[in-house]
Design a protein around this ligand. Sequence first.
Ligand code: GLY
Length: 492
Amino acid sequence: MVKILLVGNGAREHAIADALARSTHDPKIYAAASDRNPGILRICEKTGGQIILGKPNDPKFVAETAQKISADLTFIGPEEPQFMGVADEVEKTGIPCIGAKKAPAEIEMSKAFMRRLMWKYNIPGRLRFMAFKNVEDAIAYINEYAESVALKPARQAGGKGVKVIADLQAYLQEEKAEVKRKHAQDIYQKHMQPYTDIEDRILIEQKVEGPEYTLQCFTDGKTVKTFPLVQDNKNAYAYDIGPETGGMGSIGGPGLTLPFINGEEYKQSAVIVEKVVKAIEKEVGQPYRGAIAGQMMLTALWGPTIIEFYSRFGDPEAVNVFPILETDLVDISEAIINGKLHKVNLKFRDTATVVKCVAPRGYPDRRDLAKGHPLSVDEAGIERRGAKVFYGSVDLQNGELVTGGSRAVEILAEADAIPEASEIAESCIECVKLKDNWNLFHRSDIGGETLLEKRIELAQLIREIYSYRKEKDLIGRQVDWIPGRGRIEYQA
Ligand code: GLY
């Protein structure tokens, strides 16, 4: 028997709990959670464990809980507990932990740390950036250099506050600069306001374009084992319209790649993650142990390019991959702890997967409106249609499911091809309802032929350009011509 304490209570953690429960090591699963996720609760009760309510971000609560239940290992799902040092505190008790410690987790927490690391260690897939500690310096930079940029909070802020601004027409430069200045102020005053654990406040990065994808991995610090690629869809509404969310649905497979990312690009993406894992150890003096994911984009500048790193699995991306993982997750966890990940062969069912997230109206901008609605889920109906439900932002209160303000459920469907899986997931949407007549929404386009074709066309165009640059030895190199200043070459 192996006792596992899982930290977190979203759909990602439901998928991890489900994979842990399939282990042949007689797992007993407990969860340190802020809410009673009905999927996780069922798994805990079935395996003889339980949910222990508290603050998953609180290192003391998690470490004491792990000790109280005499856990054999702790598995951290979300990023915030890592940023707060939960893994460090748990390991002080002698209980091993799958999840990055505070210092290595900076790869996700601080976007400036990540970018500096990539430049310092000469890692491919890096972008030009500037980090600012105050809004005045950011505005002075914006006034001086009007170009196409991505403006971001310098810390992981739950995916909020990122704005990409194309600044192509000279006659609109002042208007665009005003938008950038306003957004820099917004980042400083609004999005970064809750965070005091980081000095950098605003990040300005060069703008790039291309199809995005996520490469999720496990590492013991020496070996990186990669999962099948997944593409998340961040905009709230169909055809990439609307505000950015944590992800409204994701597609994967069949096999390790995606219809718009080829095997060579998959390998190059894995090399980038391997180089970053090594660089983190050199930089912080500790090995990186746990999950790491490259949130990537195929760009004309590099081919595979890093947009962000996650020190964890993505949500919903985890829901595409854990259900098709055939290797025992307890074996994988033990191999990570013992530094023997090179001995593990990660196997996956060869299938296409589509995840569709269903959220109450109000998400992501007015979570107060999306919160507190009674939810009904016809699980049997979803299974009959050939899919599976993973519970996200919901709480079981006195036998009633109540929405928490974010994505309430994630429906996973598998098939031979992505569009087929999408249709199955789509057919299940009617099984999820709010009992008080408040509306739910989802994206019906995710995994459909039209959106998939759009991604394939964009990838082909980008691939042609970066292949040409490679031929001409121009990969990662950028030359700008600034009127009145002349030629500026940025050597990667
Ligand atoms: N799906 C994006 C994230 O996990 O942050």
